[in-house]
Design a protein around this ligand. Structure first.
Ligand SMILES: Nc1nc2c(c(=O)[nH]1)N[C@H]1C(S)=C(S)[C@@H](COP(=O)(O)OP(=O)(O)OC[C@H]3O[C@@H](n4cnc5c(=O)[nH]c(N)nc54)[C@H](O)[C@@H]3O)O[C@H]1N2
Ligand SMILES: Nc1nc2c(c(=O)[nH]1)N[C@H]1C(S)=C(S)[C@@H](COP(=O)(O)OP(=O)(O)OC[C@H]3O[C@@H](n4cnc5c(=O)[nH]c(N)nc54)[C@H](O)[C@@H]3O)O[C@H]1N2
Ligand SMILES: [Mo]
Length: 714
């Protein structure tokens, strides 16, 4: 979403800079912007379809590759049923509107209900809370960062991540501005992060215990009569229920569990409630943990109970030019929960997807309904999902696998066919999803910088061509009548044009209207600022009764599971450490490590550990430690740091490029280890099925010195 200014000569990229004229990003970019050039020019990037043969990968024509994929997928489905072909869609899919729309259409043609995505190793709990409280899985409130006076962040590190489910270019400056106008920043995190460094207050918290902390905040709000629901009060149901639920969880009761002193929680609740505009926000650290859905629900309650939902400076909703929510709701699509369950472990569906933590076992467990083939697109689940080694074993077991991706990486190396799409610079761009989650209403459309090379296909064209083949071999998959006509003429770009025209800010059919159209948006290549977020409730609610249920049943019931993990004062601290993740500025999940500028300098795939925990194990900086969990173990360089809470260790994700058979020459030299060889596919948020990537129990000891266990990468 940050504007970039790219200077070119012919097809050569001369420079990439922040676009000063972009009203939203104001010239800011992060290192990922330079990654665009590196990926585009990367000699390892796949540019032609690849087919795996007994003697290695062979380039084949698009015709041959697409024909083979369609036939193999269909024959598996004919023999074993529609659901025997599964799909996994990764994160970059959401960053390409045409890939997203094309992929969705392809999945309808594929007709398998075995759908998985990176959502369930990420933001699923946000969708869960939004669905049950506001009536749509995408109706996620965004912190009104530029106007708030009190920003309480749990488990997010926006200074590094740039803000997530809070699109906010140049977060660091915006946070400094917050403090400059007398506002307060409080960060709750088991690590003193880059964001915590900018805060007034940083509180360490024991991983996975944030729900207790949030309940205690609510307890204090009720106890001290600090509840004020503002004008929304009339639209809320269940406030009394929340009072009763929070009552047992006084700060004194939860302190031993969370590690946050009772007095601190009490003062925080008072300050938050008394601030003229405050917002509580939580991200990966409180989503990808055992109680992610509870956390996201309780965060909503803290904002609602202090009158901070839907008011300037609080948590607000966007009104994007392309209103994906209203459009989807118009078609009856609000989200869904537990319509069906996975075969092996009985994990619930959400939004027509199953939790990816179940993918490996669904492939490995024989019997009726077993997954036999897989389509991956823009994902690297071997590195990004829990218990990656088990998933690797599973992928090797498939009858057929196809990957839509331009790298031969840890996941795609298991495919039989790899279909490489164009690069980001060869396609146009419109942010379908991230405008919905931005701290201001903005809109921008970017034309492709380069024409795509002759014969190359965009993601959506690959999906279209595959879909067309499936339909022509099996005509029963063809949409009928009007639907067929619509699906033929509705290209991704036309969908955006229609979405903008009828999107609430659009011109509609009126040629004299001053409203938006795609051509007007495109005529402003730096983007258009549509203003700060406006209050919009209760009108914009997508619940059937236009009210907010503060106490949805599945969430209320899940408190029982939480209560069982309450620690009593006399419990001895366990020997085990709790593992959490981290991100840094020069990575983007698993896929920018093949660029020199992203891997040079001191090694970043290290084990951060509190100096006391290190010395208790006879470890000092630079030593190699063996970290072991239920799933596996890795050997990794030790980096003692006072940034860490005692009892907690941190390993970043996205590394582990030592696997054989990948074609990422630079990344291989800087392999690191994959933290997801330690995370556990059975350690999940049992309510919504999201993976608990944070809070995993591990032991750490000095590595037995053998050359094979040494991580020699730079
Ligand atoms: N440079 C860079 N930017 C990125 C990405 C990247 O890989 N690199 N990835 C992008 C993606 S896909 C996403 S989803 C976003 C994520 O954006 P963020 O969520 O802002 O980023 P994280 O660094 O994952 O922050 C999670 C924080 O939670 C803390 N934490 C861990 N466990 C707990 C816990 O139990 N409780 C609490 N309170 N905190 C905990 C961690 O210490 C960490 O600081 O970033 C995006 N931006
Ligand atoms: N332990 C731990 N695990 C995590 C996280 C964590 O914090 N800790 N973070 C989680 C989060 S937030 C996320 S979002 C996931 C990400 O999980 P994934 O999406 O599975 O993994 P990525 O590393 O983002 O891989 C993206 C893939 O898409 C390809 N790609 C890039 N651009 C395009 C494109 O335009 N088209 C196509 N077809 N392919 C493209 C890349 O080559 C790469 O193979 O990881 C999750 N895993
Ligand atoms: Mo993510």
């Amino acid at each position: 979403m940050c504007g970039v200014e790219i200077r070119v000569r012919g097809r050569e990229i001369l420079s990439i800079r922040g676009d000063e004229k972009d009203p939203f990003s104001r010239g800011h970019i992060c290192p990922k912007a330079l990654g665009i050039k590196d990926v585009h020019e990367d000699p390892d990037r796949i540019r032609h379809p690849l087919r795996r043969t007994a003697t290695g990968w062979k380039e084949v024509s698009w015709e041959e590759a697409l024909d083979e994929v369609a036939h193999r997928l269909l024959s598996v489905q004919r023999e074993h049923g529609m659901d025997s072909v599964a799909s996994y869609f990764g994160n970059p899919q959401v960053h390409s509107y045409s890939g997203l729309l094309g992929g969705a259409k392809f999945l309808r043609t594929l007709r398998s209900r075995n759908r998985y995505s990176a959502t369930s190793v990420d933001q699923l709990p946000h969708h869960f809370a939004a669905y049950f409280m506001y009536g749509h899985q995408l109706m996620i409130p965004v912190p009104d960062l530029d106007r708030t006076k009190f920003f309480l962040i749990l488990g997010g590190n926006p200074v590094v991540s740039n803000g997530s489910l809070m699109t906010a270019p140049d977060v660091a400056t915006r946070l400094k501005e917050l403090r400059g106008r007398g506002g307060r920043l409080v960060v709750v995190d088991p690590r003193r992060t880059e964001t915590a460094e900018l805060a007034d207050t940083h509180l360490f918290i024991t991983p996975g215990t944030d729900a207790f902390f949030l309940l205690s905040l609510l307890h204090v709000l009720f106890k001290e009569d600090l509840i004020s629901t503002g004008s929304l009060g009339e639209s809320l149901d269940g406030l009394d229920v929340i009072r009763d639920l929070a009552w047992p969880f006084s700060p004194e009761v939860t302190a031993a569990t969370t590690g946050v002193a009772a007095g601190t929680v009490i003062q925080l609740a008072r300050d938050f409630a008394k601030s003229e505009a405050a917002v509580c926000y939580g991200r990966m650290g409180v989503s990808t943990q055992q109680f992610g859905a509870l956390c996201q629900w309780l965060i909503q309650l803290v904002n609602l109970c202090t009158g901070n939902l839907d008011r300037p400076g609080g948590a607000m909703f966007t009104k994007p030019a392309f209103d994906v929510l209203n459009l989807a709701a118009g078609f009856g699509q609000r989200g869904s929960f537990d319509k069906r369950r996975t075969r092996v472990r009985g994990l619930p569906e959400f939004g027509s997807e199953f939790p990816v933590a179940a993918l490996a076992e669904e492939i490995l467990t024989p019997g009726e309904g077993q997954i036999r083939a897989l389509v991956t697109a823009a994902g690297n689940p071997v590195i990004s999902t829990p218990n990656g080694q088990q998933l690797e074993r599973a992928l090797a077991n498939l009858d057929f696998m196809v990957s839509v991706d331009f790298y031969l990486n840890e996941t795609t190396r298991h495919a039989h066919v790899i279909l490489p799409p164009t690069s980001a610079l060869e396609r146009d761009h419109f942010d379908l999803i991230f405008h919905v989650l931005a701290i201001r209403n903005t809109v921008k459309y970017s034309k492709p910088l380069f024409d795509k090379p002759l014969g190359a296909l965009h993601d959506y064209e690959i999906f279209d061509q595959l879909g067309a083949r499936l339909e022509s071999i099996d005509p029963s998959r063809r949409p009928k009548g009007l639907a067929r006509w619509i699906s033929r003429i509705l290209t991704p770009k036309r969908s955006v044009a229609l979405g903008i025209r009828f999107g609430g800010r659009g011109a509609g059919w009126n040629p004299l209207s001053r409203g938006l159209t795609l051509s007007k948006v495109a005529a402003n290549p730096h983007g258009i600022d549509l203003g700060a977020l406006d209050p919009c409730l209760p009108e914009r609610l997508l619940t059937k009764n236009k009210r907010i249920d503060l106490a949805p049943k599945p969430l209320v019931e899940d408190l029982r599971r939480l209560a069982k993990t309450l620690v009593k004062d006399d419990t001895r601290p366990s020997e085990a450490l709790r593992l959490i993740g981290r991100r840094d500025l020069r990575t983007n999940n698993s896929w920018l490590h093949n660029s020199r500028r992203f891997v040079k300098g001191p090694k970043r795939c290290t084990l951060l550990i509190h100096p006391d925990d290190a010395s208790a194990r006879g470890l000092t900086g630079g030593d190699i430690a063996t970290v072991t969990s239920r799933s596996g173990s890795v050997d990794i360089t030790v980096e003692p740091s006072g940034e860490m809470m005692r009892g907690v260790v941190s390993i970043p994700h996205g590394w582990g490029h030592h696997r054989p058979g990948i074609r990422l020459r630079v990344a291989q030299e800087h392999a690191g280890v994959s933290v997801n060889d330690l995370t556990d596919d059975t350690f999940i948020d049992e309510l919504c099925g999201n993976s608990a990537l944070n809070g995993v129990e591990v032991t750490v000891r000095r590595a037995a010195l053998s050359p094979t266990t040494l991580d020699l990468s730079a």
